[in-house]
Design a protein around this ligand. Structure first.
Ligand code: FAD
Length: 452
């Protein structure tokens, strides 16, 4: 029994497809205590080596065991500004939990669920993180309020810097707000995390696009340092015929409309047209979020992915949840043309079947088109979830160095521009929340070293 983790409780699949409420309930006190009691409190905790922001995992779990949740929160907050977010969306199974020794003979400790428990208790009980040190008079601008920008802001504010975050959208949080759906990460939780940064003195200015009225050279004049955490929000398309039809979207647009603009509500100013059948093209986490969101709008929602279930890049847990919710997986298939009616509305797709070759020297199977497999499927919406690249609106008027892939080039966290640092998806390409946070932390440290 002790080898198995305490399972989290979920909203029933048949119920949750009708709402946008959180799928997982999170541990209650008893469950958290029981799970925390499984921790072996290793002297050399391998789990910590799997955490990009080095949370003192055994220490916070020990504090839960002792019933001291405030202390557990203080321990986590020393390393992370966004614990309620990370507890929900970090791929722990590939990070801290993958390193947990309990996993050698049974199931790893559910570190993510315990982190979420502590963070949720902190919100409920109004615990506050470390107070900022006395102001040091130095000013830092952060461009972008995603996890990279917010983490950088939090660490600098705690150290006494005057921090202003500039965000182009009307709400802060980056992908946490406009991308990841409410049923995985409630927006009130993201807002609470942003509010705790504001309590530390961070100023968050929304609706301010850097690169237009206010440029990087303007910020260079006004601030002692600038951090660019502008993400990778520019969607990719396939370049097939019919892609400019009505009801062809990028996953980012569908998710932004649903999460940020409430497009599923009847009184929405930017509604999504009610459709019968939608295909989401792609197999990553973004595809799962888009398809599960559409299902909740009452759509017959399909994933179309050109490889097989074994190669599906999305988190296993998300795939399992999607299957339980009735998402149809059309695997080893690829669209080659989007079919439209006279009004340029989507009416279907021409699709080919694909085959996987034997694995090559690099271990990767090639995917090739199956002969004579062209056929048609009917649908009235197509959503492309094929990855994203950085949008460089912010970089206008600056001659910052970019890589061949259009990523900001950094040495450590420093860009080619005076006083300008960068991190997160804008530097690495689309990655994860915790890696963006790690980059934000690293940049904050470098900025402090430079300015002290
Ligand atoms: C749908 C979706 C689901 C995901 N699910 C997960 C998950 O479950 N787990 C996980 O770990 N990762 C997930 N990811 C990836 C993760 O969210 C990103 O890697 C992470 O958010 C990157 O953080 P960031 O701070 O670099 O950029 P972002 O979160 O993209 O934030 C960048 C911010 O900069 C702002 N900005 C851009 N240009 C300007 C400008 N010119 N002026 C002002 N502001 C600007 C943007 O509006 C945005 O708010 C997901 C991504 C998507 C799209």
């Amino acid at each position: 029994m002790n080898d198995q983790k305490v399972k989290g409780r979920l909203q029933e699949a048949s119920e949750r497809v009708k709402n946008f409420e959180e799928v997982e309930f999170g541990y209650n006190d008893e469950e958290a205590l029981q799970e925390a009691s499984r921790c072996l409190q290793c002297k050399n905790p391998r789990c910590m080596t799997g955490c990009p922001v080095s949370i003192e995992i055994p220490n916070f779990i020990h504090a839960i065991k002792e019933g001291n949740i405030k202390e557990a929160y203080e321990i986590i907050s020393r390393s992370s500004s966004l614990p309620a977010v990370c507890g929900r969306v970090c791929p722990q199974e590939k990070q801290c939990e993958a390193m947990c020794v309990k996993g050698l003979k049974g199931e790893a400790i559910s570190i993510g669920s315990l982190e979420r428990y502590v963070a949720d208790q902190a919100i409920l009980n109004n615990f506050s993180a470390e107070l900022p040190k006395k102001k040091n008079g130095k000013k830092v601008a952060i461009v972008g309020s995603g996890p990279a920008g917010l983490t950088c802001a939090g660490d600098l504010a705690k150290a006494g810097y005057d921090v202003t975050v500039y965000e182009v959208l009307h709400k802060a949080g980056g992908v946490l707000t406009y991308g990841i759906p409410e049923f995985r990460l409630p927006k009130s939780i993201v807002q609470k995390e942003v509010d705790s940064l504001k309590k530390l003195g961070v100023e968050v200015l929304c609706d301010v696009p850097i690169g237009n009225a206010l440029t990087i050279p303007d910020l260079q004049k006004k601030y002692d340092a600038i951090f660019l955490g502008t993400g990778a929000g520019l969607p990719k398309f396939m370049g097939i015929e019919g892609e400019n039809a009505n009801q062809v979207f990028s996953a980012n647009e569908i998710l932004t409309r649903i999460n940020l603009m409430g497009a599923y509500k009847d009184d929405s100013k930017t509604p999504i047209k009610k459709v019968k059948t939608a295909y989401v093209i792609g197999g990553g986490n973004v595809a799962m979020d888009a398809v599960r969101s559409l299902k909740r709008l009452g759509v017959d929602a399909h994933i179309m992915y050109r490889r097989s279930m074994d190669e599906l890049p999305a988190r296993l847990m998300e795939v399992e949840h999607a299957k339980d919710e009735g998402i149809v997986f059309d695997l080893l298939k690829n669209p080659v043309k989007i079919l439209t009616d006279d009004n340029n509305n989507v009416i279907g797709m021409e699709v080919v079947e694909m085959e996987l070759s034997e694995a090559g020297e690099d271990g990767r199977k090639q995917v090739v088109e199956k002969k004579d497999s062209l056929h048609t499927v009917e649908c009235d919406m197509v959503v492309m979830a094929l990855g994203t690249s950085p949008n460089h609106e912010a970089l206008k008027m600056s001659n910052i160095e970019l890589s061949d892939r259009g990523l900001i080039v950094v040495e450590g966290s420093k860009t080619s521009l005076d006083k300008v640092y960068a991190g997160g998806d804008a530097v690495t390409g689309a990655a994860t929340v915790i890696l963006a946070m790690e980059a934000g932390k690293k940049a904050a440290k470098e900025i402090m070293e430079k300015l002290s």
